[in-house]
Design a binder for this molecule. Sequence first.
Ligand SMILES: *[C@@H]1O[C@H](CO)[C@@H](O)[C@H](O)[C@H]1NC(C)=O
Length: 209
Amino acid sequence: MASPVLKQGFFVVLVLTLSVFQMVSASDPDILTDFVVPQNVTPDGNFFTFTGLRAVLPLDAPTAFKLTKVSQAEFPALDGQSVSIAVLEYSALSLNPLHTHPRASELLFLIHGSLEVGLVDTTNKLFTQTLQAGDMFIFPKGLVHYQYNANATDYAVAISAFGSANAGTVSLPTTLFSTNINSRILAKSFKTTVPTIHTLKRGLKPPMA
Ligand SMILES: *[C@@H]1O[C@H](CO)[C@@H](O)[C@H](O)[C@H]1NC(C)=O
């Protein structure tokens, strides 16, 4: 029979181990090599270089909201490095609709124009801000958020950094209304009628990116 002290010690070690595991799993998995090279690739300077964003320069007024994502899929050298970025261009009065990133926090740096941003935490508290060029804003991992360019004449541009090579995006309009979830289920969920849900579904076609 183990003594109570031993049992307590075991319990403390177990809790510590579990919490360390949680801390570790809160970001991309650690790799056991300096970097990860796909099969049949011999790494050189080019492997660590991404030139696909040259097209966004010089910054120019976009005609709609435009997102250019550079994650592991676009830039394979990011595999295992726990970072990625996106360039966000907002035409006047354009919106990046409500969404979450399940695997990363987002650090947004506004480099042109102004931007209204908002996030909702897990207690359903809304936080909003109006950013001007030069400001940064952090969207904590997994929380629902949006960005809106409320200026009727000027465009806005932001660069967002993510703490994952593959942050992932759950777009609420698409996830809820463009994935064939039964309209009766949605109507009950939102305490509304099936025709109202049909109106929402029709308005989102074709599905948003
Ligand atoms: C919109 O942007 C223009 C150009 O930057 C600026 O002069 C104007 O004050 C802005 N309007 C609003 C409502 O913020």
